[in-house]
Design a protein around this ligand. Sequence first.
Ligand SMILES: Cc1cc2nc3c(=O)[nH]c(=O)nc-3n(C[C@H](O)[C@H](O)[C@H](O)COP(=O)(O)OP(=O)(O)OC[C@H]3O[C@@H](n4cnc5c(N)ncnc54)[C@H](O)[C@@H]3O)c2cc1C
Length: 286
Amino acid sequence: MQVPARFEYERADSVPHALELLARYGPEARIVAGGHSLIPMMKLRLAQPEALIDINGLAELGRIAVEGDELAIGALVRHAELLDSTTATDLFPIFRDAERVIADPIVRNRGTVGGSLCQGDPSEDLSAVFSALRARAVIQGAGGQRTVPIRDFHHGPYETAVGPGELLVQLRVPITAGTGSAYEKVERRVGDWPVAAAGAVVTVRDGVIARAGIGLTAVGAEHFCAPEAESYLEGRPPGEEAFAQAGRIAAEHCDPHADQRGPADYKRHLAAELTRRALATAAERI
Ligand SMILES: Cc1cc2nc3c(=O)[nH]c(=O)nc-3n(C[C@H](O)[C@H](O)[C@H](O)COP(=O)(O)OP(=O)(O)OC[C@H]3O[C@@H](n4cnc5c(N)ncnc54)[C@H](O)[C@@H]3O)c2cc1C
């Protein structure tokens, strides 16, 4: 049986308390949210934090609400709660598409939005979703809050903008009229991580694409996005040919690696095809 190394355990009762505990235990302390990524890593001794700061009691991080022209999603919102939130999924059906195919109900009942983003796994579905949506991440530390565009949030595999002594507290998604969104994923079997996946957010004004957001995961796309394909689309009328070409451009700028989920060429092919499909569905949903 695999067991983690010895660690201290503290349960935070507020965000300031969590920050105080992080400061007290120093850089070897880790936040635990759903624990679905961290605990397996601890059991395998890939992570050996000296202290776990449990934030599961922080109700203030579990809210989903429209605030002005943004949708605010707390870092502790569970995958299952995001899937069940009509506030979120009516505005952004991309959340429903993605959350239905993230892991299985057991993981979705516990795993959190914040944990997914902070884990920084190159195959994380929500990283591509929030990148397509051009969300902003709200990070809190001893000096107060700061906001980071999601496309600057991931600094590389398993590395994020959340520094020692800081906590991701919220994601903020801009709400724009005339927008549709969708997510397309290929997995080897139900509940698996993606072989490849693409998210699309399309805003149409006066018959042309005013803004496009394309998120890609598991295909080595820098910052989980496809800026060249987005630029190609902006100013063009939505349509099958434009979406297919955007898919080809997105795939050209990916850097997929062969692994147990498939060869690089297959993943590149999926990047193009899933981008095309997600764009078409997003445009239909406007
Ligand atoms: C069997 C299985 C299948 C899965 N399949 C998929 C899949 O198909 N697609 C997919 O995207 N994901 C998948 N996952 C991952 C799942 O989404 C996890 O829930 C997620 O990666 C981590 O969320 P968590 O809340 O459990 O984080 P935890 O494991 O608690 O934490 C993960 C990391 O984030 C840090 N952290 C957590 N919250 C915060 C915060 N608020 N501020 C700062 N740091 C924080 C922790 O310190 C830790 O380093 C799967 C997981 C399992 C176990």
